[in-house]
Design a protein around this ligand. Structure first.
Ligand SMILES: Cc1cc2nc3c(=O)[nH]c(=O)nc-3n(C[C@H](O)[C@H](O)[C@H](O)COP(=O)(O)O)c2cc1C
Length: 176
């Protein structure tokens, strides 16, 4: 299994590491790799049994290295089946964790004409003190509009780890 992540603030890396730990309990080895450090070409994607991508959203899109990866994946002749896990804050809302309910998942899948065997969105982490001034103001405004926390001191992990357990089990079953 190939397990990749794309992150800026670390939450997608933590989610990928958590999935890897759950898979290890099922005897499946999958070391998480940062897509920013490069990724394998079509031959390796074809040789794998399953390809898992955990990618963060920033300003409406998955990180550029994830988008580049999907383009390579799509251009490959016979890549292994794809599992797409999107990490964003919209997914904290009920019904926004599925392909049908999450616009980022839906748009990336459509843009690259992907056919993932599993596509889910996971709620990420909000960390105002860590953000630069402009990002902080913009995200506070988005949170104000969507009923989220706006206190500039707040740091909230919305990730529901039990849900990530469920995703890891589904990945293990897909791997077989
Ligand atoms: C600059 C910035 C832009 C973001 N844009 C979005 C967005 O458009 N939609 C969304 O749902 N979440 C957005 N988020 C929330 C991130 O997806 C969330 O914080 C996630 O946990 C980040 O993943 P990472 O820690 O792996 O980088 C944004 C976060 C930051 C810091």
């Amino acid at each position: 299994m190939l397990l990749f992540y794309a992150t800026r603030d670390g939450q997608s890396r933590r989610i990928a590491a958590y999935v890897a730990a759950r898979l290890a309990e099922r005897g499946i080895g999958a070391a998480p790799h940062d897509l920013a450090g490069g990724f394998p070409g079509p031959a390796e994607l074809a040789a794998a049994r399953l390809v898992v991508v955990v990618a963060a959203v920033r300003y409406g899109r998955h990180l550029p290295e994830a988008e580049r990866f999907f383009a390579t994946y799509r251009a490959s002749l016979a890549p292994a089946p794809l599992v797409f896990v999107s990490v964003n804050l919209t997914a904290r809302k009920p019904g926004k964790d599925t392909e049908a309910g999450n616009q980022y998942l839906r748009k990336s899948i459509a843009r690259h004409r992907l056919k993932p065997v599993l596509a889910v969105a996971v709620a990420g982490r909000l960390d105002y003190p860590h953000y630069g001034w402009l990002d902080r103001q913009i995200i506070r405004l988005i949170m104000k509009l969507t009923g989220g926390p706006t206190d500039p001191q707040s740091c909230v992990e919305f990730t529901v780890w039990k849900a990530v357990d469920g995703i890891a089990w589904r990945i293990a079953d897909l791997h077989g």
